[in-house]
Design a protein around this ligand. Structure first.
Ligand code: GDP
Ligand code: MG
Length: 442
């Protein structure tokens, strides 16, 4: 993956005490190939490599104590820049309702996104209205109604039996309806085609003119790679848009679309969808995406989520331990597992951990089925054993197994897994060489 390739570049730089221009050029060639293989559009790759190179060759690096870290820092900052810099928030209309129009190809994820947005907005105290202006596919209206039901928001659709209906008319009438019913936000779902199509563009543009949207969001499937750029261009010309929503980021191993779309269209990525469920959705944060691409994991998101789960003191302890300060014990291991479990599906959390590729195999074993057993084993240990698992000899293992209703093999596996996890955490922290600097405010 792109992260692995970039990590390899940084690893080879780390061995150098000082960086020569030749070292930098070589690294930049490797980064260029890595980006191209990740399906990042060529103009983006060129611009990116050039600006990293310029900065890396400047005095910045030569005076640095740790050149590899400087390059990581520059690459990170440039990635954030390419991804749009600041997080772009939704703009609300001065006079409600705020009208949001969704446009994009069929299957991009517009209807799903409509539900996600509606749920997200409702949770913030808004009263969104979903509008079914996709009357193309037979089941489109029904699909939006199902999604609206899940999000617990009202759906405006042509009356059943009223014939096919005109999407432009439906969209226009929905605005009056929203005003009468005190909906402060209107989300208009539109039809897409499988490919770029003049009729579809014309229809989306007609709906646009009918509802006068405050935000037009172009919804694009991140998995389509380079095609995302062509499609975005076509929508830019045909309908115009104010922001991009990347969907299916859960399946986008290469990251090419995310890196290209902003630069090529000049419009910000505003939201990211990463799954079929309505809560698998978030505001797009360029800095977090950059650190994810860099393979340093999304520590910020993890810490933010942990905040909701832990009290402040507990959280500080956990982040210290995860970053390798202090001694990581089986109690910490258990505490983390409990926290991780509360945070949601393990695969989501996995993506946020640094070095996730190496750790995936380990952490995959931590699914819910194993969780209760592991917790029982740790809870059957004495405090001394939890602090220093090395003292767990044969007879202790048997006692723990009996006490927890498991087998000696279970106990052995857990202890081994714990040692591996601890080793990996230490390796990660020393490899990254950031120490506590990755903590918030650090
Ligand atoms: P539309 O044609 O643009 O309205 O797209 P839909 O909302 O109907 O989505 C098309 C398919 O993609 C559906 O099966 C969705 O469940 C799925 N989908 C939408 N968003 C995501 C996402 O973020 N991740 C994944 N894995 N699937 C998604
Ligand atoms: Mg749809």
């Amino acid at each position: 993956t792109l992260s692995d390739r970039l990590s390899a570049v940084f690893t080879s730089l780390r061995a150098k005490g000082r960086l020569t221009d030749a070292d930098i050029d070589k690294s930049m060639r490797e980064i260029r190939v890595a980006l191209l293989e990740a399906d990042v559009a060529l103009p983006v790759v060129k611009a990116f490599v050039q600006s990293v190179k310029n900065r890396a060759r400047g005095s910045e690096v030569h005076q640095a104590l740790n050149p590899a870290q400087q390059v990581v820092k520059i690459v990170n900052e440039e990635l954030i820049g390419i991804l749009g810099g600041e997080t772009r928030r939704l703009r609300y209309a001065k006079n409600p309702p705020t009208v949001i129009l969704l446009a994009g190809l069929q299957g991009a994820g517009k209807t799903t996104l409509a539900g996600k947005l509606a749920l997200w907005l409702r949770k913030q105290g808004h009263t969104p209205l979903l509008v079914a202006a996709d009357l193309q596919r037979p089941n489109a209206v029904q699909q939006l109604q199902v999604v609206g039901g899940r999000a617990e928001v009202e759906v405006f659709a042509p009356e059943p039996g009223s014939g096919v209906g005109d999407p432009v008319d439906v969209a226009r009438r929905s605005i009056d309806f929203a005003q009468r019913q005190q909906h402060d936000i209107v989300i208009v779902d539109t039809a897409g085609r499988l490919g770029i199509d003049a009729d579809m563009m014309a229809q989306a543009a007609a709906i646009r003119d009918a509802v006068n949207p405050d935000e037009i969001l172009f919804v694009v499937d991140a998995m389509i790679g380079q095609d995302a750029v062509t499609t975005a261009q076509a929508f830019k010309d045909g309908v115009g848009f104010d922001g991009v929503v990347l969907t299916k980021l859960d399946g986008d191993a290469r990251g090419g679309a995310a890196l290209s779309v902003r630069h090529v269209t000049g419009e910000p990525i505003m939201f990211a969808s990463s799954g079929e469920k309505l809560d698998e959705f978030d505001v797009f944060h360029p800095d977090r995406m950059a650190s994810r691409i860099l393979g340093m994991g999304d520590m910020l998101t993890l810490i933010e989520q942990a905040e909701q789960v832990f009290d402040a003191e507990q959280q500080q302890r956990m982040s210290d331990k995860m970053l390798g300060e202090g001694d990581f014990t089986l109690d910490d291991f258990l505490e983390q597992m409990v926290a991780v479990k509360k945070m949601g599906p393990i695969s989501n959390v996995l993506g946020m951990l640094p070095g996730m590729n190496q750790m995936k195999g380990q952490l995959d074993q931590l699914d819910d089925k194993h969780f209760d057993r592991v917790a029982a084993v740790i809870r059957s240990m004495t405090p001394a054993e939890r602090n220093d698992p090395k003292i767990i000899n044969g007879s202790r293992r048997l006692r723990i197994a009996n006490g927890s209703g498991t087998t000696v093999t279970d106990v052995n596996q857990l202890v081994e897994r714990f040692f591996e996890a601890r080793k990996m955490m230490r390796q990660m922290t020393s490899q990254l060489g950031f120490g506590g600097g990755m903590r918030r405010g650090g």
